[in-house]
Design a protein around this ligand. Structure first.
Ligand code: GLU
Length: 384
């Protein structure tokens, strides 16, 4: 019997909560001036999307708009100069959105985040409650990095990664990264030669990574490289992501109608719970636990917790309650989890049965070093 081909775009039309990211290249010209007609057209498409779905908008363009407003000849180079441009530009950017959304009956809200806001579990939860409250009132949150305070250590650095993290934070069903290209190219179009667009990507291979090298326009931060990083996050989290052109009116509708437009990065099978998103992506790993083959198999294929008996070694110094990486003996990352024991304790109990824990370290709070509920498995196809 002939099998019908699977249309991976169909689920996109059912997306209830959508994150759309607009890049600087779409919004601003080379001197930072807004492209008014494009913004008008994008907002009109976004308003249409909003009629049937919830929308979180991640918008770049603060630094670009600041460059324009300040009349600078080029994008600033030093961090304080960039922060100053962003401080000026973010106001101008929000004014634009307010002006464009409100005649369409929509209220916008400014949400500025740094990586620190999602690294810390409490701040992460607070941010997610704010998003819930905004979305339940029909508001369109307009998110950007809090560039004025985001120094290197707490920066997302680019809005593609920011959009992926926000998608996890709000548990979105779809992410659309709109850019000035039609999607992800195997072969970039050039004069006299048609480009070759990849319609669907199920796995980010080294070949895809190699194709993604290079940057965007002079004012923009990201390029395909950061979009691939973003896709890696959303794929693992089980959220589809589409890179498509924001230069063409109606693209957003076409994506949510399930049409074959741009490049779809397919979600991994299974949907990661929101708590596991945080464990997997939001909090920096404080150390590593290496496990034997038996434990790796139990984690990957049997949905088991990590017990001391399967642990071969520990790397780094960490306290109980911190996020650590779990890897097999070849160093392949299996996932991330919150450790019930410190690195010191794990070093002593590794290779032993749980029943022996108390005799070795003097206390026995948990049988598991990482409980399954606190373990985000990220290898292979398992994402739960
Ligand atoms: N946050 C930066 C801005 O608004 C943009 C970062 C990016 O382009 O990815 O200018």
């Amino acid at each position: 019997m002939k099998q019908e081909p699977v249309n991976n775009r169909v689920p996109l039309s059912q997306a209830r909560r959508v994150v759309v990211k607009l890049g600087t290249g779409l919004l601003c010209g080379a001197r930072g001036q807004f492209n008014q007609s494009r913004m008008e057209s994008l907002v009109s498409d976004l308003a249409l999307l909003k009629q049937e779905r919830q929308l979180v908008l991640v918008s770049s363009g603060a630094i670009g708009a600041g460059v324009g407003r300040l009349g600078l000849a080029r994008r600033p180079r030093t961090i304080p100069e960039k922060q100053a441009a962003a401080a000026v530009g973010q106001c101008v950017l929000m004014q634009q959105y307010e002006r464009l959304f409100s005649p369409r009956g929509l209220i916008v809200a400014q949400v500025l985040l740094t990586r620190y806001d999602i690294m810390d579990r409490e701040r992460y939860l607070n941010a997610s409650y704010t998003f819930e409250a905004l979305l339940s009132q029909g508001v369109v949150p307009v998110v950007n990095e809090n560039d004025t305070v985001a120094v290197e250590e707490i920066r997302f650095g680019d809005n593609d990664n920011l959009a992926a993290h926000v998608a996890c934070l709000v548990d979105a069903d779809l992410v659309i990264l709109l850019t000035d290209q039609d999607g992800f190219y195997k072969q970039i179009p050039s004069p006299g030669r048609a480009g070759e667009l990849i319609p669907e990507i199920a796995e980010i291979t080294p070949e895809i990574e190699a194709l993604a090298g290079g940057r965007g326009s002079t004012l923009a931060t990201g390029g395909m490289e950061t979009k691939i990083q973003a896709a890696r996050i959303t794929m693992t989290a089980g959220i589809p992501l589409v890179i498509a052109s924001g230069l063409k009116a109606g693209t957003i509708q076409r994506v949510v109608n399930g049409e074959a437009v741009g490049t779809l990065f397919m979600p991994g099978v299974g949907r990661m719970q929101s708590r596991k998103h945080w464990i997997a992506f939001s909090s920096p790993v404080q150390g590593w636990i290496y496990v034997d083959q038996g434990a790796a198999g139990a984690i990957l294929n049997k949905g088991k917790s990590l017990l001391p008996s399967g642990i071969l070694g520990v790397e780094g110094e960490f306290a109980a309650g911190t996020v650590v990486g779990v890897a097999d003996q070849d160093g392949r990352e299996l996932g991330r989890g919150i450790s019930n024991y410190s690195s010191w304790a794990i070093n002593l109990i590794r290779g032993h049965k749980s029943a022996e824990i108390k005799a070795i370290i003097g206390y026995h709070d948990y049988d598991e070093v990482i409980h399954r509920d606190n373990l985000a498995v990220m290898a292979g196809e398992q994402v739960i």
